[in-house]
Design a protein around this ligand. Sequence first.
Ligand code: URA
Length: 234
Amino acid sequence: MITMRLDKFLTEALGITRKQATKLLKDSQITLNDQIIKQGATKLTDSDTVVFDERELSLTGPRYIMLNKPGGFVCSHVDDYNPTVFVLLDEVAPEKLHVAGRLDCDTTGLVLLTDDGQWSHRITSPKHVCEKVYHVELADPVEPVVIEQFAEGVMLKGEKVATRPALLELLSPTEAIIKITEGKYHQVKRMFAATGNKVIGLHRAQVGPIELDDDLAPGEYRDLSPEEIAAFQK
Ligand code: URA
């Protein structure tokens, strides 16, 4: 069953702070299925009806979320072997959200989720140039020549066109920051594989101008700010 805390629902449905939501609840101004409810921690399901000021509240409008994805979660709605990122969301109707640019199951870091298809299209469509920044750990030291190879573009196994120029900055012989503007399947892993190396750790730190919030522990998420949302709006 899909659940969400009542106080969080009120903050989103009414555009108020958690403190204001708590006050409305304390002042007996909120009913849940015709019963006055005072506990913000009450869990809502899709079939519940919440009323304030004779008005039935609903979560309308598009949603935009950033998640700090832990390793071991897949970015799809269904998977036979691993939990999906959607189980980490305490949201009403998470099935309506989709991931704007998937990460591999073992990759960690910034995942953007939304129900706004036009917005995510500007992140994922090859027609739009959207830079993604990753922190990479490698099995073997990176040869300095790889910086030039990535800047020029490398041929990946099974592809007909070389990768777009990518920026590689070495932090240590086996650690680097890579900036790519495409989202080919397993792109970063395949780029390093093309140089004879192996990615042993991959973390996405940034998508376009949106940086992963340091305050989010792995598995935590928050709504995007209006400025972050606007970064991918026309
Ligand atoms: N490149 C990869 O190889 N994997 C990811 O998850 C993201 C980029």
